[in-house]
Each structure stands twice: as structure tokens, then as C-alpha cells.
Design a protein around this ligand. Structure first.
Ligand code: HAM
Length: 421
């Protein structure tokens, strides 16, 4: 019998679990501040959901299996396709735009390495039924705000696959040929891009990089039919500048997924090595229609939560693990039951307080040592003498001072000493 974990999956002992949840909680509070509501989709889906538009990167890395009825299923590698499917089947009559988010594990059969797992967590948002610069800017602003909230730098790189596809379409590239160029761009295989596309304009466009100046040049280079789309792009960038978002336009940016039809963006964190992309997203206006729903514009992104936590730890911004607030011990077996009920009363009188009863029944010195090992802020010691006067001893573990406090005064005492959240 083997007790090893499968490759590429992780355990989350308490510290890691706490870090993960603390980061997710902060992301969620930013999502809520923009009015996004949480949804959940199935862990496995029909394989066909991901075959159409997920792109080579993902299609080659699916966990595929047949169920007992012979249906071809797979573990979800991402949730955008699932949310698009859910919208088309269940939510299409809801007032638009719909602001949705999810925090779920995803599965990709990739070569495991630092920051790249076979099961990993995404916190993602999808803004469905919103077209144009305000929707694009909202998605990018929210990603940037969420990174600020957790304390990470957030320079967003913004490209425009929609524009590149239009340009390629004008040069006679069909969808399949466009995908090839986009994938080569995504992988940074510039020689192969130059081989496939000989247009000077295209080659200058993918080299454009910077701020509004890059968009000015894009406008000059754009064929007449694409100038309006560049104006829209400029508006998005202007909105982001107005909100002080740190961004760079990079027209050579592409993404591995095939469903993007407009802007694309990502954020890379420092100190993570090769797998440093902590956020990726973009506009996908044709995915919902492809799944049988009404053609509906949409934009979204997803954070890789595992990588966010790692980036915080790398940057010396580790999330603090919660400490025990009150450790309740007793001096003897005779008062132990009473100590147990005092612990219960302090716990229910102070919601949110971490109150731990000394289950082991240690002698006082050993109990205090254990209290200090678990980082307790206070030790509450129930002794026979004090109990006779309806009181207990409370020791402040940081200052090592102690005082005798009446049992009826314990709740107000601890509620005034609550550690901040
Ligand atoms: P994605 O870029 O494939 O986009 O994934 C989003 C994020 O998930 C990445 O930036 C990365 O942080 C994390 N991630 C991806 N693969 C792994 C892995 N093997 N191990 C650890 N983390 C990983 C999407 O999935 C799109 N659905 C995003 C989106 C939402 N676009 C529009 N709406």
C-alpha cells in the first residue's frame, strides 16, 4: 500500500489552508465591492465543452475519462466555458450584465513544477452581457484592485487579440490559421510568426509596447475598418489611467485559450520563476453563442490562488496564521469540569474568539508551556482558591502579567481585548 500523493496535487495543512483562505477572502471582498456574486459549476463536464475553444495548451492537458454509460467526460481545466454554458442554459433571461465569480479547483495534466500543479485553485470572475470599454476596464480595474488588496504589485499587461485576429482576417487568414499565429505569439516563437505572416503592418503592430503612445501608433497603422476598434481600446486604456491602474499595452501579447475575441491581459508576479503568471483574462464575445446560448458579449479573468500565496510568501508578505486567543487550563481534576464550562461560556460570549480548553489535563506549568507553543495571547487558569470566590486567574502571555478576574466579568474583559481580524 502506498501512502504517497499523486504527482502535481497538494495537501493543505492548517498553515497553508489558512493562507489560501485568507487570500481568497480578500479577493472575494473586492469582487463583492464591484457587485459580483459567487457561483459554482460541476467539477466534471462533457469533454466537448472544452474541445471547441480551449486551445492546444489546455486540450493537450485534460483529465479525460468515460463514465459507466460510455460518455466522454473530463475534469474541468478552467471555468469560463462552464460559466458560459450555465449562462446559456439557466441565466439567459436574467437582467444583464451579470456579474459572477467562482473560487474552485481546476485540473490540468501538465508537467508538475514549481507553481504548476495538476490540481490548482482559481478565483475568477465573468462579466456577462457587458460590451465595450467600460466592461473591459471594470474587469482590469477589479483584477488590479484585488492584487492591491492582498498586497501584491499589479502591473497589468494588456493586449488585443481581437485586433490581431481582425488584421489577420483582412490578410486572408481563416480561424485555424489565426490560431496558429496566436499560439506562436503566445509561446514567443517570433521567427515562426514572421514566417507565417509577412505583413509589415502586422509585424510592427505586434512590436507596439507602452502607454497611450502605443495606441496612437496603432491608430495610424490600423486599416480604416479597424480604426473604431482602436478608439474603443484607447477609451479602455484612458479609463484605467483615470483610475491610476498600473498597466502596459503590449500588442504582441497573446493567450493560450482560443475563445478570446478582444482585449486580453495578464499579471506576472516577481520571485516565482517560470510559472509567474498570477492572473489571466480577456474578452470572449462568441463563446456563449457557440454553446447554443444567444450571442452575448463577455469578459473575465482568473487568478491562480496557489501562485498568489506563493508570491506573497516570496515577497516576505506571508499571511499571519491565527493564534489561540484564550487557553483555558485548570490546576486540578477537582475544578476541571468547571474550567470546561467556563471555557464554553467565554467562547459563546465572544463569537470569533479562539478559546482552547486544555484537553490533555496538563499540570499548570506544562499547560502554560503548551499555551505559549500555540501562541496563546491569554491563559485562563481555573484554581480552587479563586473559584471559591467565583474568580479565575488570567495571564497575559505577552507581558507575563496576571490578574484575578470575577467569572461574571470575563466576557466584557475578553470582548475588550479581541484581536483585530
Ligand atoms: P489561464 O491563464 O489558463 O486562464 O489561467 C488563469 C490562471 O490560473 C493563471 O494565470 C495561473 O495563475 C493559474 N494557473 C493556470 N494553470 C495553472 C497550474 N497548472 N498550476 C497553478 N496555477 C495555474 C483561464 O483559465 C481563463 N479561464 C481565465 C478567464 C476567465 N478568461 C476569461 N475569463
Amino acid at each position: 500500500m502506498t501512502l504517497e500523493r499523486p504527482r502535481g496535487v497538494r495537501d493543505f495543512p492548517p498553515k497553508e489552508m489558512h493562507e489560501h483562505l485568507a487570500v481568497t477572502k480578500k479577493l472575494e471582498s473586492v469582487f463583492h465591492s464591484f457587485g459580483y456574486e459567487r457561483v459554482r459549476t460541476p467539477t466534471f463536464e462533457f469533454l466537448s465543452l472544452f474541445e471547441a475553444k480551449s486551445g492546444e495548451e489546455i486540450k493537450d492537458h485534460l483529465y479525460v475519462f468515460d463514465d459507466k454509460g460510455g460518455r466522454s467526460l473530463c475534469l474541468r481545466p478552467e471555468a469560463t466555458a462552464s460559466v458560459a454554458r450555465m449562462y446559456g442554459s439557466d441565466l439567459r433571461t436574467h437582467p444583464k450584465p451579470l456579474r459572477l465569480y467562482y473560487v474552485e479547483p481546476m485540473f490540468r495534466y501538465e508537467q508538475p513544477q514549481r507553481g504548476r500543479y495538476r490540481e490548482f485553485w482559481q478565483a475568477g470572475v465573468e462579466l456577462i452581457g457587458g460590451a465595450g470599454p467600460y466592461a473591459d476596464a471594470e474587469a482590469i480595474l477589479m483584477a488590479s484592485n484585488a492584487l492591491t488588496a492582498i498586497g501584491l504589485e499589479n502591473a497589468v499587461r494588456i493586449g488585443n487579440i481581437g485586433f490581431l485576429r481582425e488584421l489577420l482576417g483582412g490578410l486572408g487568414f481563416d480561424d485555424a490559421k489565426q490560431n496558429k499565429v496566436i499560439h506562436a505569439l503566445d509561446k514567443g516563437e517570433m521567427d515562426s510568426v514572421a514566417e507565417m505572416v509577412s505583413s509589415d503592418i502586422f509585424n510592427e503592430v505586434i512590436g507596439l509596447h507602452g502607454g497611450l503612445d502605443a495606441i496612437d501608433r496603432l491608430l495610424e497603422l490600423a486599416p480604416d475598418g479597424l480604426k473604431a476598434s482602436v478608439e474603443g481600446f484607447r477609451k479602455t486604456i484612458g479609463l484605467l489611467s483615470g483610475c491610476k491602474v498600473d498597466y502596459t499595452v503590449d500588442m504582441g501579447m497573446a493567450r493560450g485559450l482560443d475563445y478570446y475575441t478582444g482585449i486580453v491581459f495578464d499579471v506576472k508576479a516577481t520571485g516565482l520563476g517560470a510559472q509567474n503568471q498570477v492572473c489571466g483574462g480577456g474578452r470572449y464575445d462568441r463563446l456563449i453563442g457557440l454553446f447554443g446560448g444567444p450571442e452575448t458579449p463577455a469578459v473575465g479573468f482568473a487568478f491562480g490562488v496557489d501562485r498568489l500565496v506563493e508570491a506573497l510568501n516570496e515577497g516576505g508578505k506571508a499571511v499571519e496564521t491565527p493564534r489561540c486567543d484564550v487557553y483555558v487550563a485548570s490546576v486540578s481534576e477537582a475544578v476541571r469540569e468547571r474550567a470546561f464550562s467556563i471555557a464554553a461560556a467565554v467562547r459563546s460570549g465572544n463569537p470569533g474568539l479562539d478559546v482552547r480548553f486544555d484537553i490533555a489535563g496538563y499540570k499548570v506549568n506544562k499547560a502554560l508551556q503548551h499555551a505559549s507553543e500555540v501562541g496563546a495571547r491569554y491563559a485562563l487558569i481555573v484554581g480552587e482558591r479563586e473559584l471559591a470566590e467565583d474568580a479565575v486567574v488570567v495571564k497575559n502571555m505577552e507581558s507575563s502579567t496576571q490578574e484575578t478576574i470575577g467569572i461574571s466579568g470575563l466576557n466584557p474583559y475578553f470582548s475588550s481585548k479581541r484581536a483585530p481580524d
